[in-house]
Design a protein around this ligand. Structure first.
Ligand SMILES: C[S@@+](CC[C@H](N)C(=O)[O-])C[C@H]1O[C@@H](n2cnc3c(N)ncnc32)[C@H](O)[C@@H]1O
Length: 283
């Protein structure tokens, strides 16, 4: 386990993932009933963009920084930027010092009645996560394998909520097989939950078997959103990324139809830039 998210915090893939995450959480908040947010690969929760790792790659410059001056954005992106700005109050308006990971973004959006379960296997990252949420009774941090935790801890007592699966993909294509196995177990315990699974796009032939898995396993209501910044024909770089959503909120495809063009127009490199929104199985 060499992956450290600090090298990538705030890059285009984070903007895409976190904007969709916000859209999903806001939709859950449309009802008063409590819900549970379950993050299987939580990371450290908050990243120092002036730290050694982020300074080496500066990936946030082609990600979140591109949106800072943007106006008239879809609601999820507006909320996203307000959260990022609030964490950087007092700093320069042209630079950022702190970037929130998925656990921090979620915790800032959860209400009193909601709950978060965060899993992180890397001990140093898990320790940072625990420190970040000391004193927040709504949040529990588990230093353990997030895939195994799904089988152990689902369904949540609230019977409403969202599972985010955001692995590092160090195992390359084998990570897709690990997600499929974990989803099979999770769905057998909690078929009605909303699940969001982030994946990288390098070569198209690496993602197709994963996308076909949902139809083959007769998993209903699977929506897929993708953002491509480069053609999907090179194994050497992150050309784009996608999010598969099982049981998305009602009309969430419409939310994505507003969100993805805005992401594409702000994050595209040069003239290339594509997005797609597809139902992989029945709407
Ligand atoms: C892409 S990062 C997560 C970023 C985070 N979701 C966010 O959006 O801010 C993936 C994280 O998963 C952790 N990890 C790797 N394998 C894991 C596993 N089996 N269970 C839980 N965490 C794992 C890594 O240490 C890393 O911190």
């Amino acid at each position: 386990m060499n992956y450290r998210h600090a090298f990538h915090a705030g890059n285009f893939a984070d903007v895409f993932k976190h904007a969709i995450l916000i859209g999903l959480l806001e939709a859950l908040k449309a009802k008063q009933a409590p819900f549970c947010y379950f993050d299987t690969h939580a990371g450290a929760g908050r990243y120092d963009l002036r730290g050694e790792e982020a300074r080496k790659t500066r990936e946030h410059e082609a990600g979140v920084m591109r949106l800072l001056q943007a106006t008239r954005l879809p609601s999820a992106l507006h909320i996203y930027l307000n959260l990022v700005r609030a964490l950087n109050i007092g700093g320069s308006s042209h630079d950022l010092a702190i970037y929130p990971g998925s656990p921090l973004i979620a915790s800032l959006l959860l209400r009193e009645q909601d709950r978060a379960v965060l899993c992180e296997m890397q001990p140093d990252e898990a320790a940072k996560l625990k420190t970040l949420f000391v004193g927040d009774a709504r949040v529990s941090v588990h230093a353990r394998d997030g895939y195994a935790a799904l089988s152990a801890l689902l369904p949540p007592k609230e019977r409403r909520g969202l599972v985010l699966i955001d692995p590092p993909f160090e195992a390359q294509e084998n990570e897709f097989r690990a997600i499929e196995a974990a989803l099979e177990a999770a769905l057998s315990r909690w078929a009605n939950g909303t699940y969001a699974i982030w994946y990288p796009i390098k070569l198209r032939q690496q993602t197709l078997p994963f996308q076909r898995w949902f139809g083959r396993n007769k998993i209903p209501k699977v929506l897929c959103a993708e953002l491509l910044l480069h053609p999907d024909n090179s194994a050497l770089r992150l050309n784009g990324c996608g999010m598969i959503m099982i049981n998305p909120p009602w009309k969430f495809d419409r939310t994505l139809e507003e969100l993805l063009p805005a992401l594409r127009s702000h994050l595209a490199e040069g003239r290339f830039g594509q997005h797609r929104i597809d139902w992989l199985t029945g709407e």
